[in-house]
Design a binder for this molecule. Structure first.
Ligand code: MLT
Length: 238
């Protein structure tokens, strides 16, 4: 399998995704929210690019059957039910509902992958499930590190490195230069994730906003066995 890596969602525009599986990573926090919501029984998560699109989609659902979630600058969008903290999406909140989610980077990255044969969402918390799933695929893969506001982000890069490492344990992988770099950055030490991300800019920003519990949650590898995949514009369990 060949794996290419895009450093940011903007960079993935230069990659031809035709015939490939795309894997979007936004560890802090959009893809961690998506995995959590589906694990906790949400019917689907619909990634919306804009606030307006999210509200329009929400208006099309019967009362009580959908939730609006998302952030701008890490803070809940005014008038939305929930923000972008995975801890907000507990079973009692999301089970049986459709979550319409709009975030600054992660949900936009999912929209960038429309040419791909299949699009998945990965994070540390569901990394083993995604690695298992990809290990059985014949398609080449593009890992899209969402980044933060157009900039490369270490959390996504470390997760990409771990994902490539886990797949390489199961099958032969060829990767591009960025893939080699993230693999080297990850090394082989699962226990070292928090240390490696201590100086990560977005992590420090979330800490400054009081989201340490989200960070602790999002940096636990392989906790949830769920593979979110886009089917007809919605993320559902693959
Ligand atoms: C995003 O999608 O931009 C991020 O998940 C932002 C955040 O940390 O809430």
């Amino acid at each position: 399998m060949r794996i290419e890596v895009a450093a940011t969602l903007q960079d993935c525009q230069s990659i031809d995704m035709t015939g490939k599986t795309a894997v979007v990573i936004d560890v802090l926090r959009a893809t961690s929210v998506i995995a959590t919501a589906l694990h906790n029984g949400a019917n689907a998560v619909i990634p919306a690019e804009t606030e307006e699109e999210a509200r329009q989609l929400f208006d099309g659902f019967p009362p009580g059957s959908a939730l609006l979630g998302g952030e701008r600058n890490a803070v809940r969008i005014a008038g939305f039910h929930k923000g972008n903290s995975p801890l907000e999406y507990s079973r009692d909140v999301v089970a049986g509902k459709t979550l319409i989610l709009s975030t600054t980077n992660g949900t936009r990255a999912l929209h960038q992958c429309h040419q791909a044969t299949e699009t998945l969402a990965a994070s540390f918390i569901n990394i083993s499930a995604v690695a298992d799933y990809l290990s059985n695929k014949l398609n080449d893969t593009v890992i899209v590190c969402s980044g933060t506001a157009g900039k490369f982000s270490l959390d996504d890069a470390l997760c990409a490195g771990m994902l490539i490492s886990l797949i390489s344990d199961r099958r032969t992988v060829e990767t591009d230069d960025l893939g080699k770099l993230v693999l080297q950055f990850y090394g082989s030490d699962t226990g070292n994730i928090t240390d490696k991300l201590q100086s990560c800019t977005h992590l420090k920003y979330l800490q400054s906003k009081g989201y340490q519990h989200d960070i602790d949650y999002c940096l636990q590898p392989g906790m949830l066995f769920v593979v979110p995949a886009i089917k007809e514009g919605k993320m559902v369990k693959a």
